[in-house]
Design a protein around this ligand. Structure first.
Ligand SMILES: [Zn+2]
Length: 493
């Protein structure tokens, strides 16, 4: 990669005998890149995964191809498919400043109507008429981009261990790491300069999910190909999540077809509510999943990366808003739906009527609005410019606006509809023939099956999300296997 505008130069301390990276030392450019992993929605992660690793990431890739192969007639709007296969990220305007960008670098387009009354909405596409004022929605808008900086402060220098522990250099935290590898012995270690470009970052992203030594594997040459084998992991969600069933009014019921002897879900029959929940996983940022993984370990060290952000002293992070964006990533407005069992939150767009600026970062919007009005106007009008900042709603991209101008959709799918969902989350329209062929393939006789009815609450929804990221039998993990049984399976291996 000769183009240095899209690459980062790193200093790495390498153990010569094992050819392993002990740590790399870096400024904010590289830290921002790895921190940004937590903001990537699952759908984009699958889309970006190089062919060699597409077999992995639990059931998410099956889910992704189910959407890809789904007939658009099942979806509320054509936009729904794009929303799931190429989801927008709330961190988009921050990630514009990344030194190495792994995803397409197009700005999200927004449109507003010309009247721009308080109740007029923002839209992701052009429309003939605004539901509130009737004006046409054709005024283009872009999000504010910060002057520089993404998540960490510009001059921060930090060290990153092979398993993505991020620590300040030359502290009590860093020295044990050096002692472990005998860094003081100049013959055993060497300093290597590494150029990190798009390929290396993509590789690092994938390996951070699958390996405990992602830096070595992605940045040092001639390392083995990435292998995923994520069967039978012990999966459980945090207990505090489990108690939170009272809030979710709309629970969903599904019918798992269970093999009594194999103690597994062969497949399940479910309505659009359950499938909407599954499809929404593609919109969920990686950091949200890691947050809910609790103590169940992933094969990779993405959970270590998450912990590093949590533990990193606030002096290194731009603001609490940025920290929050990494630790509790939100969804882009309009991408969620009501009664969503996972309890994900949507971000809010703020709009400054006086300057026409738009951002999810209210503080940034206020600063820029003040700057823009300071030079030319009096203090008084600067005040009024700041008071013109208001949250602005988004026209639901999932709803069919040709039928109802201000429609809100309950998910991505048209209902009522029934689907067959396999244990690894292949989703197709319900069919008896399909069900029978699935049983046939699994060699489960009809005498061995039991048709159950189970309720999906918030606890099950979160478990399902984590299970579909970590393993390839999400339904069995969630609805049949108890944690004790998982433990037993692990011991048998
Ligand atoms: Zn309007």
């Amino acid at each position: 990669m000769a183009d240095t505008s899209n690459s980062i130069s790193l200093k790495a301390m390498v153990d010569k005998a094992s050819n392993q990276i002990i740590f790399v030392e870096s400024d904010s450019d590289f830290i921002d890149v790895i921190f940004s992993f937590l903001t990537i929605p699952m759908g984009n992660l699958i889309r970006l995964a190089p062919n060699q690793s597409i077999l992995g990431i639990g059931c998410m890739n099956k889910l992704y191809s189910s959407v890809k192969n789904m007939d658009v007639k099942h979806l509320q709007t054509e936009a729904c498919k794009d929303m799931l296969l190429s989801p927008r990220s709330v961190a988009e305007s921050q990630c514009k400043n990344l030194k190495v960008k792994i995803d397409k670098d197009e700005a999200t387009q927004f449109f507003m109507c010309s009247h721009n009354r308080v109740d007029c909405k923002l839209s992701y596409c052009k429309f003939d008429s605004c539901a509130s004022c009737g004006g046409s929605i054709n005024k283009e808008k872009n999000l504010l981009v910060t002057d520089g900086g993404v998540f960490v402060k510009g001059l921060s220098r930090l060290i990153i261990s092979d398993d993505l522990k991020v620590i300040p250099p030359l502290t009590a935290a860093g020295l044990p790491l050096c002692a472990k590898f005998g860094v003081m012995d100049g013959n055993a270690t060497e300093e290597v300069t590494i150029n990190v470009g798009v390929d290396e970052v993509l590789n690092l992203l994938m390996r951070s999910i699958a390996s405990k030594t992602p830096l070595t594997e992605s940045l040092l040459k001639s390392k083995p190909r990435l292998k995923f084998c994520n069967k039978n992991q012990r999966i459980h969600t945090e207990p505090q999540m489990a108690k939170d069933n009272t809030l979710s009014e709309g629970t969903i019921s599904i019918r798992p077809i269970v093999s009594k002897s194999k103690k597994m879900v062969c497949y399940a029959e479910a309505g659009e509510g359950f499938v909407n929940l599954l499809l929404s996983f593609l919109n969920i940022p990686l950091g949200f999943i890691v947050k809910h993984m609790g103590n169940c370990s992933s094969q990779g060290c993405i959970d270590q990366l998450y912990k590093s952000v949590q533990d990193l002293d606030d002096q290194y992070i731009l603001s609490s808003y940025h920290k929050e964006m990494l630790l509790t990533p939100k969804l882009v407005p309009g991408f969620c739906y009501e009664n969503h069992l996972l309890g994900t939150e949507e971000a809010t767009y703020y709009y400054a009527g006086s300057t026409g600026f738009l951002s999810t970062d209210k503080a940034l919007l206020a600063t820029r609005t003040a700057q823009a009005t300071k030079s030319i106007r009096s203090y008084c009008s600067q005040e009024s410019a700041l008071t013109s900042i208001r949250p602005i709603a988004v026209r639901d991209p999932k709803a069919n606006h040709h039928e109802h101008k201000s429609a809100q959709a309950q998910g991505y799918l048209k209902g009522p509809a029934m689907f067959t969902v396999t244990d690894d989350l292949d989703i197709r329209p319900v069919s008896l023939i399909l069900g029978l062929s699935l049983l046939n393939k699994l060699e489960v006789p009809l005498t061995d099956i039991e048709v159950q009815t189970v309720q999906v609450h918030k606890e099950e929804a979160l478990h399902l999300l984590v299970a579909s990221f970590l393993g390839d039998s999400a339904l069995t993990d969630t609805f049949v296997r108890k944690p004790e049984q998982n433990k037993r399976i692990k011991q048998e291996q």
